[in-house]
Design a protein around this ligand. Structure first.
Ligand SMILES: C[C@H](N[C@H](C(=O)O)[C@@H]1CCCN1C(=O)[C@@H](N)CC(=O)O)C(=O)N1CCC[C@H]1C(=O)O
Ligand SMILES: [Zn+2]
Length: 628
């Protein structure tokens, strides 16, 4: 590692012993808080007011932060810690050594930061223009269309135009992002950036654990996919849906088909018992964004956990500004390494979907508040999946009928067996549909980073994974001019995604443990830990640890198991799986999508593509589907 070589150093052992290490770590704390705080403030100022000046200032702070991290990261490597006594000193020194992109030489780093900001800002400021008339952004307009429109043509328009506006602009830059990412990873001692991202999980069985969990959850997904395909077939007809093939990706109620809760109306098992429209109730009760955040705060403090501090309410951006400022609307939680300065940035709409996603964001805030007295080095989740699971586990209680009723968001409990199936299907459309999507995003990116997926096949491989894992096809033929993964925030924003897959499993494992601790008896999906100080203490004790202990130890203390397990997820949905299997058998539906392939722009265009499937010319005449 060239920048490590230190010529003419006095005898290392004398200088770099354990006592010196403790001093070194102590000396790191204060300057780190200052440097990180200034960097976060500059980044916050940019994403909440996208201007040239704010971008320039953010770049400046980024360079300063990286110089600081390079200084300490390189010196942390000089300590020979294998004979050190204190495990904490060893753990902190080893965490300090991973400095990610700060390891890049300055001009590479500046180029990398420009690429990252270009991609993320392209995503955040992109608009789709109607033939004549206004241009509309993703949030709230295009997302609203994808969630509520039932016009297949309109859905196709929004789906395709968003990808034209974002994916295509990001594609030429993405390959340079990949190269510089891998260069940074190698400077940190990893073979590529995927390896650096995976190292965050401190597990040498991560990839097989992921595969095992995915396989355990597959029966749930295949049955839900078949059932939803049947529902869409009934609604949109045989010319749109093939009962034995993949589902067109624009019909699932979401721009990325990552969660399907917005098409519950189409897929409702017992349409005679429609669930109440909580969004309508919220609007009738004149809910405002601030009240939605207060609602989450009330839940969290009912557990005996920490309230959102006054700075949160003053400094957060809870709504899309009305003063014409360009902002990044994608919701996120922020810590500023300065006591109680924690914030959320969200372009909140008054809907039940946004209320529940606010619980997710407030979970991040709670983690920040709970670990703020730890060393800066430990101010992160026990694993990235723990960070994501905290808010989501609270959402599982908050979305229960019992809780919504107690908060005046439902007029009755809706507990008969048919209403219960309707409820569970609603949760399944959010959580089970998300299994393959949250799994494949980083399978794609790990392959891009390790070179398996080269730039000439980015889009083809993306859709191969979308077909293989999700059983979806694009509604129109795609080509290598397109870059559909770039149309999903986390790709241009370079935020890892497998954390959400692991969080899916973990949040149910947490939910079961917290429900048991709170004294809940009965089915897991009826549990609401609201007001349980015992559950709150159990959760708070996990959050206070930050990343000071390996997550396996933390999980064992909380749940008694030291490995992540899909058992709780499966038991939560057990009643629904029975219902789905019966329903699919009754309808004679097959599970899966056989060997179909999605239509992709071929060089020779003699093939006929139809709604995402490829037809050989002679079979097209006979109307047969080609099984490739
Ligand atoms: C809406 C949510 N926004 C993320 C999140 O809250 O995780 C934001 C953007 C990326 C990281 N992030 C943060 O806030 C981090 N600062 C948290 C932290 O690292 O402390 C999001 O992207 N989600 C929620 C479910 C699935 C996924 C999606 O919508 O695809
Ligand atoms: Zn999150």
């Amino acid at each position: 590692l060239p920048w490590l070589r230190t010529a003419g150093q006095p005898s290392l052992d004398a200088f770099y012993n354990e006592t010196q290490a403790k001093l070194f770590l102590k000396f790191y704390e204060q300057p780190a808080r200052i440097v990180f705080n200034e960097f976060m403030e500059a980044t916050w100022n940019y994403v909440t007011n996208i201007t040239k000046r704010n971008r320039k200032n953010m770049f400046q702070k980024e360079v300063e932060k990286s110089q600081f991290m390079l200084y300490f990261g390189s010196r942390a490597r000089l300590f020979k810690t294998d004979h050190f006594q204190n495990p904490d000193v060893k753990r902190m020194l080893s965490k300090l050594q991973n400095i990610d992109k700060s390891a890049l030489p300055t001009e590479d780093l500046q180029k990398y930061n420009r690429l990252l900001t270009y991609m993320e800002t392209t995503y955040s400021t992109a608009e789709v223009c109607l033939d004549e008339g206004p241009c509309i952004p993703l949030e709230p307009d295009l997302e609203e269309i994808m969630a509520t429109s039932r016009d297949e043509k309109e859905l196709l328009w929004a789906w395709q135009r968003w990808r034209d506006a974002v994916g295509r602009q990001i594609r030429p830059v993405f390959e340079h992002y990949v190269q510089l990412s891998n260069k940074a990873a190698q400077y940190n001692g990893y073979k590529d950036m995927g390896a650096l991202w995976r190292a965050k999980y401190e597990s040498n069985t991560l990839e097989e654990d992921l595969k095992r969990l995915f396989d355990e959850l597959q029966p749930l997904y295949l049955n839900l996919h078949a059932y939803v395909r049947r529902s869409l077939f009934r609604y949109y007809g045989p010319e749109v849906i093939n009962l034995r093939g993949p589902i067109p990706a624009h019909l699932l109620g979401n721009m990325w088909a990552q969660s399907w809760d917005n098409i519950l109306d189409i897929a409702l098992p017992y349409p005679k018992k429609p669930p109440e429209d909580v969004t309508k109730i919220m609007k009738n009760q004149h809910w405002k964004p601030e009240k939605m955040f207060q609602e989450a705060n009330i839940f969290i403090t009912s557990l005996g956990l920490l309230p959102a501090p006054s700075e949160f309410w003053v400094k957060s951006m809870l709504e899309k500004p009305a003063d014409g400022r360009e902002v990044e609307c994608h919701a996120s939680a922020w810590k500023f390494y300065r006591g109680n300065d924690v914030r959320i940035k969200k372009c909140t709409e008054v809907t039940i979907e946004d209320l529940l996603s606010i619980f997710h964001q407030m979970g991040h805030i709670q983690y920040y508040l709970q670990f703020q007295n730890l060393s800066v080095i430990y101010q992160e989740g026990a694993s990235p999946a723990f960070e994501e699971a905290v808010g989501s586990v609270i959402t599982l209680s908050a979305s229960s009928h019992k809780h919504l009723l107690s908060r005046g968001l439902l007029s009755q409990q809706h507990q008969d067996s048919e209403e219960e199936v309707n409820f569970l299907l609603g949760i399944a459309l959010e959580k089970i549909a998300f299994i393959p999507f949250s799994y494949l995003v980083d399978v794609f990116r790990w392959k891009v980073f390790d070179g398996t997926i080269t730039k000439s096949i980015y889009n083809q491989e993306w859709w191969n994974l979308r077909l293989k894992y999700q059983g979806l096809c694009p509604p129109v033929t795609r080509s290598e001019e397109d870059f559909d993964p770039g149309a999903k925030f986390h790709i241009p924003a370079s935020v890892p995604y497998v954390r959400y897959f692991l969080s899916l499993v973990l949040q149910f494992q947490f939910h079961e443990a917290l429900c048991r601790a709170s004294g809940h008896a009965g089915p897991l999906h009826r549990c609401d830990i609201y007001n349980s100080k015992v559950a709150g203490k159990m959760l708070g004790d996990v959050l206070k640890l930050g990343s000071s202990r390996p997550w396996q130890e933390v999980l064992k203390e909380m749940t008694g198991q030291s490995n992540i397990s899909a058992k709780s997820f499966l038991s939560y949905f057990k009643p629904l799986l029975h219902w789905l299997v019966n329903e699919n058998v009754k309808q004679g539906d097959i599970l899966g999508w056989l060997d179909y392939s999605c239509s992709f722009e071929e060089k020779s265009t003699d093939k006929v593509s139809f709604l995402g499937m490829v037809l050989e010319p002679e079979q097209a005449r006979l109307g047969q589907w080609v099984l490739l």
